[in-house]
Design a protein around this ligand. Sequence first.
Ligand code: ADP
Length: 497
Amino acid sequence: MYPDAQSLSVLVVDDERDIRDGCERILVRKGLEVTKAENGQQAMACMEKGPFGIVLLDLKMPGMDGLEVLRRIQERYPETLVIVITGYATIETAIEAMKRGAYDFLPKPFKPDQLRIILDRAMERIRLTEEARRLERERQRTLHDLAMEKSRTQTILQALPDGVLVSTPDGRVALLNPALARMLGLGPDTTLGKPVEEYVPDAGFSQFVRRTSRGEVQSGQTGLTYDFSPRERLYLRSHSTPVLGEGGECLGAVTLVYDITELRMLDMLKSEFVAHVSHELRSPLSTIHQQLATVLNDLVGDVPPEQRHMLARAKEKTQGLISFIGDLLDLSRIESGVVFQERRPVDVGAVLRGVVEFMGARARGKGQTLSLDLPEGGLPRVHADPQAIEIVFGNLVSNALNYTPEGGRIEVEGRPADGQVRIAVRDNGFGIEKRHLGRIFEKFYRVKDDRTRFITGTGLGLPIVKGILDALGGRVEVESEPGVGSTFTVYLPALEE
Ligand code: ADP
């Protein structure tokens, strides 16, 4: 109320005119506003017009006694500081006044300096009280704002139709909104704070969330999305983002979970349709291909070279169509989950040796080196269909050979990694620009630039790789730099043996 001397008013109550005027002079010189009263009644009337920060009060006055004035001031204006002036009153009266809450006392006669010292103290006290009050008001406001902010955020989280999961760096669940609880079939009174696997029955999802929570995934890197199905006829897609502190340290992750069941169902219908059409097309195409091969083999006599060339092109094209249809069929079967159900412990190292050996001839044909590096004790086994594993690495190595110029180097490296098997397929080929990296796992997506335009492909290899790995609870990541090369890294959960 009285932040500085300018706005501080003082009431001087004394029946002696000299004292009143003397006090006034000193107070005015200090820049204070002064009002004077001769007796108790006048004093109380002035108080009503106040406010006064300080009252200098003579205890011995005719009419209303000083102690009574003190009592009334304290009753009605508890914030006002009262300094009692004691003339011929005994020291006991002053003590009594102090006991009743007067701020200080000044014995008559007093020197200007004595009054100044007491005034300075009182003004400092008022300033401190005011400061404390201001801080308290600010604290209240901050608390209020916080409470408002919290309830607003709560409301949004409660009402959000998508799932939200907030996790700590050690993979514990700090928040899980009602939408996610519903998707996972958890009760409304689910207690928080437990490891993520206790809420979501999907090993791949927990690993995904744990990795982001530890800050292992940088935004812009692929692998920030994970699809899973916690129960039949429910498909969820999750996006996870690490939350970084001011110093760049990872504080945990926020994972959004969307229900993509409808999309998935449509996709399945589409896959079924594609599978059906492909199946119908495959047999007649194979027949045409075989017949073309037979005709080409049995050509006798004077066949003009252009005709021979046309037949050879037709055979090549039908071969291309047959493998395209093969990829389409594979993909639609993978998506509908009907293939690769035959899971057993698989030695990934052995599968890799087979793939590298098979592709060796193609690499040599392009003057490329294709090497395999496995740890001495071999790799831990994984629980999968060996054919699926073969398709994954067949595609990745085939791409590496395709998108690396003649004389290039392709390395396949397998390592055990923290309960998983990590296989990297590295090439020093064309590389992929950052803007394509997020899209190459989409169906039919192909990067078309001057160097890759003439390389034939279907754009289905990587979606097949991703589809298989999703089904196996694994994942694939890619790092690439144009002109330097690409590395596709596959992670598969290792069997505990
Ligand atoms: P396809 O190879 O049949 O075109 P994929 O789905 O296997 O289809 O790959 C999609 C695209 O990703 C390719 O067209 C190519 O542009 C790019 N790509 C895949 N692997 C590599 C690689 N090792 N190096 C450079 N680009 C690659």
